[in-house]
Ligand binder design. Structure first.
Ligand code: SF4
Length: 466
C-alpha cells in the first residue's frame, strides 16, 4: 500500500508529457493518492508495453483497503465499499451507502411495476443535487423459480440495479437466466447453500453476499472459501438485529469487520450489508412505528459502516432522513459543497428588485434561495466565493470581506448603478459588521438584513422598497 505522491511517482513514466491534463507526473501522482485521478488517466502508462508491470503493481498498491464491488450494469450501476479509513476526517468515505428497496415476487404485477417505478423515479433535491434511491431487492417469497424469474424480468425492464433475495439456488439461477448481463447481487450464501451459490456466482460472474448471523468466524470462513475459489466480489452480511443485546452485537460486529479490513485483514476486507427492515419490524402493527424503527436502524448503519442496505418503507418520513444522512456522512470533508460564485436570478427580477448577497457554501446558498423563491420574492442573489464557508465563519475567518463582495460583483459584471435603479444591497445580518466597508467599496447604500434568511419575507415587507 502506498500513501504518498513520491511513492506513486516512482511507477509513473516521469516524462511530464501533460497528456493526463496535469503539468507534471508528480502532480498526477498527488491525484492518484487522493483518488481524484485513476491510473487509466495516464495514456503512456496504459498504452506502452514497457510500463505494463509498473501499471499492474501500481494498481495493486493503490487498491483501497476495502474491496470496491459493482452492482448492476451500464449507467445506473453502483459501487459499494472502496474505503481506506475508519474515520471520515482522515481522508473521506467513498461510495455512499446504497439503498435498495424491496419488492416481493408474489405481488400483483401492476403493484410490483408501480413500486419499482416509484423506487426508480425517486428524486429529492438537496443543496444543488438530486438524492436518488439505488436499486430494487427482489424477495423470492414464493420460493418458485418460475414466479421469481417473471418478477425479475419485470424489474429488469426498468433498468435499475437489482439484488436477488433467496437462499434457494434454483430460484437464484432462474433469476440470473432471466436477467443476463445485469450483474445483480446474490443474497445470500450461508453455511447450508454456499457450494451451489458460489458456483452460481462464478458461472454468472456476479457479486454475492455471504451470510452468517452473529458469527464472525463463520462469516470469515465463508468469505475466505469464496475468495480461494476465485470469487472476488463479495459482500458480508453479519446479521442485523433491531433491539437490545442483538443490536449491540450487530453494531460491534460491523465495527470489528471494518476495523479488521482497514487494518489489513484481507480475508474480511469487503463491503458490509445491513438489513434494517427485520422480521421484528414486520410484526409491528402500526406501520408508522415500523418505519420509524427501520429508519433508526438505517441511520445507525449508515454512520457505522453499512455499505449497502435493503429497506422497505417508502414513506417520505422514512426515506428523507435516510437519503439525507447518507449524503451528509459521505460528503467529502476535504472540499466543502459549494455553488458557482456568480449572480443568480431568483424568480423574474427587474431593475426595481432587491439585490442580496450570501456565500457560495451550498447549504447557505440553497437555504437563502429557497426562503426567497418559496415566498415569491423576485430578486438578484450574488453568491460570493468564500471557499464554500458559511457567512458567520467566513466573516470571522476573513473569507467574506467588502473587497471580496466587490470583486464578486465585478466578476459577475453586475454594476449596481446601471443594473438596478435603487443602488442598494442587502447584506446578511451575520455580516452586519461589513456595512460601512461595503458602502465605501461599492459606492452603494447597504441595508442589514435579518440574521436568519427565514425572516427575509417579513423583513422585506418592512424595508423594501428602500
Ligand atoms: Fe506523467 Fe502520465 Fe501525466 Fe504524462 S500522462 S504527465 S507521463 S502522469
Amino acid at each position: 500500500k502506498i500513501n504518498s505522491p513520491l511513492e506513486a511517482y516512482k511507477y509513473l513514466p516521469q516524462t511530464n508529457c501533460g497528456e493526463c491534463g496535469e503539468a507534471t507526473c508528480m502532480a498526477f501522482a498527488s491525484k492518484l493518492i487522493d483518488r481524484s485521478g485513476k491510473t487509466s488517466d495516464c495514456p503512456p502508462l496504459v498504452k506502452e508495453k514497457k510500463f505494463a508491470k509498473k501499471l499492474a503493481e501500481l494498481d495493486r498498491l493503490l487498491a483501497p483497503e476495502i474491496r470496491q464491488v459493482t452492482i448492476g450494469a451500464g449507467e445506473k450501476a453502483v459501487n459499494i465499499g472502496g474505503d481506506d479509513v475508519l474515520y471520515r476526517h482522515k481522508l473521506t468515505f467513498f461510495n455512499k451507502t446504497k439503498m435498495f428497496f424491496d419488492v416481493a415476487d408474489n405481488m400483483e404485477e401492476a403493484a410490483l411495476v408501480a413500486r419499482v417505478k416509484q423506487i426508480a423515479g425517486y428524486k429529492k433535491f438537496y443543496v444543488g443535487r438530486n438524492l436518488l434511491l439505488d436499486g430494487v431487492a427482489i424477495r423470492a417469497v414464493s420460493n418458485d423459480p418460475v414466479k421469481f424469474a417473471a418478477a425479475v424480468k419485470k424489474v429488469a425492464e426498468v433498468g435499475i440495479p437489482m439484488i436477488f433475495c433467496s437462499f434457494n439456488p434454483a430460484v437464484l439461477k432462474a433469476g440470473l437466466e432471466a436477467a443476463k448481463d445485469k450483474n445483480p447481487l446474490l443474497y445470500a450464501a450461508n453455511k447450508d447453500n454456499w457450494k451451489e451459490i458460489g458456483e452460481l456466482a462464478l458461472e454468472y460472474k456476479v457479486p454475492v453476499v455471504v451470510s452468517a448471523f452473529n458469527d464472525l468466524d463463520a462469516l470469515k470462513t465463508l468469505a475466505k472459501t469464496f475468495a480461494e475459489a476465485g470469487i472476488k466480489d463479495i459482500v458480508l452480511d453479519p446479521g442485523t438485529y433491531p433491539t437490545g443485546k442483538g443490536l449491540k452485537d450487530t453494531f460491534t460486529n460491523f465495527l470489528k469487520i471494518r476495523r479488521a479490513g482497514i487494518m489489513g485483514d484481507t480475508e474480511i476486507a469487503y463491503p458490509i450489508m445491513a438489513l434494517p427492515f427485520t422480521a421484528w419490524m414486520a410484526g409491528i402493527a402500526d406501520p408508522v412505528s415500523a418505519s420509524y424503527w427501520e429508519t433508526v436502524m438505517a441511520s445507525v448503519f449508515t454512520i457505522r459502516y453499512g455499505d449497502i442496505m435493503i429497506l422497505h418503507s417508502m414513506e417520505p418520513y422514512a426515506t428523507m432522513p435516510e437519503v439525507h444522512l447518507a449524503e451528509t456522512i459521505y460528503t467529502d470533508p476535504r472540499s466543502p459543497v459549494a455553488v458557482d460564485s456568480k449572480m443568480y436570478k431568483v424568480g423574474n427580477p427587474t431593475a426595481d428588485s432587491p439585490v442580496l448577497f450570501t456565500t457560495n457554501f451550498a447549504l447557505t446558498y440553497y437555504t437563502v434561495e429557497s426562503d426567497l423563491s418559496s415566498n415569491g420574492i423576485d430578486c438578484w442573489l450574488l453568491a460570493v466565493n468564500t471557499d464554500g464557508i458559511g457567512v458567520e465563519a467566513a466573516v470571522a475567518g476573513g473569507q467574506l470581506t467588502a473587497d471580496k463582495v466587490k470583486d464578486a460583483f465585478d466578476k459577475a459584471g453586475f454594476d449596481l448603478k446601471t443594473a438596478v435603479n435603487h443602488n442598494t444591497v442587502i447584506t446578511p445580518g451575520l455580516a452586519a459588521r461589513l456595512q460601512g466597508d461595503l458602502e465605501d467599496k461599492l459606492g452603494a447604500s447597504v441595508k442589514v438584513g435579518p440574521m436568519d434568511s427565514g425572516r427575509l419575507p417579513g423583513w422585506m415587507e418592512k424595508n423594501w422598497p428602500p
